[in-house]
Design a protein around this ligand. Structure first.
Ligand code: MG
Length: 399
């Protein structure tokens, strides 16, 4: 008798800034359940509906062991596919089924993938500041905690000049000046390299804020600072420009958190135009597609750097960690330093010590959720401001 799916529950909670979506798959075996991450924080109600109204009835009664079959079938069952809402819903299912399979096997998921290549995953964290001195202090504070890889930004995603000459009557928005951003960031990196030195790995996230030719020039200008990687230099819509960056400099390139579709990552891998794959595990559809892309990247000499901000749930971070421990081509793991409440709400959330993230070696993902506590922090639904980005002339821009 196969173990079957008896219910699919969707848990929404907001213990820190981000709205988190957790899928819980209950089974016909008493006490056996799995947890998955379906977090699309900006459109959480759409994902909730996709899971509750569409995926749940599709899954009830199915065999929990058939992860691959269910993934493929869930992807085409809607006919229209590869969008963020449905991918996140499918990810919640996929990760929960891997969790169940691990619990049934009595093994952590990294064992099911092929076993460990390493004991822990090296992580990077984020340094930031308004002035060069603040940025340097932020970098040094992380170094003192044992971090050896640090993403360094000047005033967040940057370009917020003290005075942006908007036209009269300009609408409200999150204004930034791309030219100011470039000048400010180059200046900050010169300061950090001059004061902190070469003994630390630095990365930087452009966050697709530059026009393509500006990004090509910026990647070239940043080459002197010997980055570990330069992240999201281009928007997915501008994928064809990656070739120009490659032909212009040797700055290592990381890309992928916005990718939904194999059509976006395949050409970049096949033509060796990027160096790190950093997809958002729930956005791409879970562990199953991430495993496949990691294996493909390995054959092309490209490493992984899965997206790991606060809007990946702790369950998503645990899934990242299992992939990190297994993948021969693991590069680095982004880490968002969750607060104490998150650790209390999600027992088994991965722990980071001296720059390394460690598994707890429990079967499955090794993480759980305190649903009573989660219910005390309901999601707020509000219009999001920071993604209403505009350039100085008032025109809309990518955030
Ligand atoms: Mg990013």
């Amino acid at each position: 008798m196969p173990v079957t799916i008896t219910d699919v529950q969707t848990i929404l909670t907001q213990p820190a800034g981000s709205r988190l979506i957790v899928v819980k798959i209950l089974t016909s075996e008493p006490g056996l359940y799995g947890l998955g991450c379906a977090t699309f924080t900006q459109r959480f109600q759409a994902v909730y509906t996709a899971i509750h109204e569409h995926l749940r009835p599709f899954l009830i009664g199915r065999d929990v062991d058939r992860i691959e079959d269910l993934w493929q079938m869930a992807m085409v069952n809607s006919y229209w596919r590869n969008g963020p809402v449905l991918n996140n819903a499918i990810s919640g299912m996929d990760i929960a089924l891997w969790d169940i399979k691990g619990k049934r096997a009595g093994m952590p998921i990294y064992q099911l993938l092929g076993g460990k290549c390493r004991e822990a995953a090296a992580v990077y964290s984020h340094a930031d500041g308004g002035t060069n001195e603040e940025i340097e202090d932020s970098v040094r504070a992380l170094m003192a905690q044992g971090y050896r890889y640090i993403r360094t930004q000047a005033s967040g995603y940057g370009g917020r000049a003290s005075r942006i000459p908007k036209p009269e009557g300009a609408v409200e928005g999150s204004y930034f000046d791309p030219r100011e951003y470039v000048r400010r960031t180059l200046n900050a990196f010169e300061h950090v390299r001059n004061t902190v030195g070469e003994d630390i790995e630095l990365m930087h996230d452009i966050h697709e804020r530059l026009r393509p030719i500006e990004a090509v020039g910026f990647a070239k200008d940043m080459e002197q600072f010997k980055l570990f990687f330069l992240e999201d230099p281009l928007a997915p819509e501008d994928n064809a420009w990656f070739r120009h960056i490659r032909q212009t400099c040797t700055t290592p390139i990381a890309m992928g958190e916005l990718f939904n579709n194999p059509g976006e990552w395949l050409p970049l891998i096949q033509d060796r135009l990027i160096d790190f794959l950093r997809m958002h595990i729930s956005q791409m559809g879970g562990i199953t597609p991430a495993r496949n892309v990691a294996a493909m990247g390995h054959m092309y000499g490209i490493r992984t750097a899965w997206h790991g901000p606060g809007d990946v749930s702790p369950i998503g971070h645990a899934a990242n960690l299992h992939l990190d421990l297994w993948a021969p081509n693991f590069g680095i793991q982004e880490w968002c330093r969750f607060n104490e409440l998150v650790y209390e709400m999600f027992p088994g959330t991965p722990e980071v010590r001296e720059g390394y993230m460690y598994p707890n070696d429990q079967p499955g993902l090794g993480i759980d959720i305190d649903e009573t506590l989660a219910a005390r922090y309901p999601c707020t639904n509000e219009i999001i401001g920071w993604t209403q980005a505009r350039t100085p002339d008032g025109g809309p821009a990518r955030p």
